[in-house]
Design a protein. Structure first.
Length: 406
């Protein structure tokens, strides 16, 4: 199947589309969280069933990328994106109409699978259009837009749920999906230049080639470690803020929004660093900030400084580092595979889901009414980030044209 030619997109359009495609993940999860208690009560569900609406979404998000990646390498990014976002929109309508918790679990699972198509294609599009160094700068600009979406989503959810109810709050996701679908249909031009045959033998060889590539292991490992620290904070923060320190819900929303602002600052720092020190140099700096944040958080907790700002302020350092890591790691992981970028993007995305599930299980067994599970988890991942960024990425993560030729 040949890829139909289309007029190229302007850099501004590329950045806007990437920001919306990547931002579909935080808006789908963060805007939903304030609605979770209300919908669980109205549908007569147990808390564990309510949590399953998130677990199913994350599981399908990770697994679906393993299918969408090869499909996008074979048939192009455009049909996978249009189909995925259309399915996302329909699932959003299904969320609104849910008459039981089982119905909602199914529609959230479908929404998570569709979300995987959008996020996976966004990472692959960067590799289609740009060399690694330039791709990281474009990714940093796009992730700045993601940071704005992540900043506004929990605040919007907190306002919409008491104002219009959880069904109409979830309807916002369907509106977002429809607007994105129209924008893609009108403005997105196919970026895949050389389709890859979709056959079982070559597909398995591609998976093996990607998974055994030391550069991919280094960059995907750093991506997973950075996400591990972030997910630990997200998964435990509501418990610590609301139950341990009795912070009000509006203050909790502001705290999460302020962390997103720190992340946006990190993406700006990344754009400044890349022309000077490249991808490997940028993550060296980012790792120092991540480790300083995690260590500061841990030492303050061990010293008995048990107040909400004692882990939020160091977390700002961690989030600035995260804003540096994300553009570099998402670009570096797919850089060695220009012709199978969809498959590489899918595999790196699947790793994130595995990490998230492991952290969720660990926190479920460790939460004990103190701040220590959150603090120890973030401190652990900050140390992993530093090791991966300073050792494997420096040894194997060169994405320059010279290294690729070698």
């Amino acid at each position: 199947m040949s890829v139909s030619p289309a007029k190229p997109m302007s850099p501004g359009v590329v950045v806007l589309l990437l920001a919306l495609l990547l931002g579909i993940q935080p808006i789908t999860t963060d805007l939903y969280l304030p609605a979770l208690p209300a919908l669980t009560t109205e549908l007569g569900a147990r808390i564990s069933q309510g949590q399953l609406t998130l677990t199913a979404l994350l599981l399908c998000f990770g697994v679906s990328q393993l299918f969408f990646g090869p499909l996008s390498d074979r048939f192009g990014r455009r049909p996978v994106l249009l189909g995925g976002v259309a399915l996302y929109t329909l699932a959003g309508i299904g969320n609104m109409l849910a008459s039981s918790i089982e119905w909602l679990i199914v529609t959230r699972a479908v929404q998570g699978a569709a979300m995987g198509a959008a996020v996976m294609c966004a990472r692959a599009i960067i590799r289609d259009l740009y060399a690694p160094a330039e791709g990281a700068r474009v990714m940093a600009r796009s992730l700045g837009g993601l940071g704005i979406i992540a900043c506004l989503s929990p605040l919007a959810g907190g306002v919409l749920v008491p104002l219009v109810g959880w069904r109409w709050a979830l309807g916002t996701l369907a509106v977002f999906g429809l607007a994105l679908l129209v924008l893609l249909a009108l403005r997105f031009a196919e970026t895949l230049r050389q389709p890859t045959p979709l056959q079982f033998g070559p597909l398995m060889r591609n998976w093996g080639r990607i998974a055994s590539h030391r550069g991919f292991i280094a960059w995907a490992g750093l991506l997973a470690a950075a996400y591990g620290g972030l997910f630990t904070f997200l998964a435990a923060s509501s418990f610590v803020f609301l139950d341990v320190y009795r912070v009000s819900r509006p203050m909790y929303g502001l705290a999460m929004a302020s962390a997103s602002l720190a992340y946006i600052l990190g993406t700006f720092a990344c754009r400044r660093l890349l022309p000077r020190v490249g991808l490997q140099g940028a993550v060296r700096v980012g790792a120092a900030l991540s480790l300083a944040g995690g260590t500061g958080m841990g030492l303050l907790a061990m010293a008995g400084v048990h107040t909400w700002w004692a882990f939020l302020l160091p977390h700002y350092l961690f989030m600035i580092g995260h804003g540096i890591h994300q553009p570099c790691t998402q670009t570096g992981a797919v850089a060695p595979f220009p012709h199978i970028a969809g498959a590489a993007s899918a595999l790196s995305g699947f790793f994130l889901t595995v990490v998230a599930f492991g952290i969720g299980a660990w926190l479920g067994a460790r939460i004990d009414g103190t701040v220590f599970p959150l603090v120890h988890g973030v401190w652990f991942w900050s140390a992993v980030i530093a090791f991966v960024a300073w050792v494997p990425v420096q040894r194997w993560g060169d994405v320059s044209a010279k290294a690729a030729a070698a």
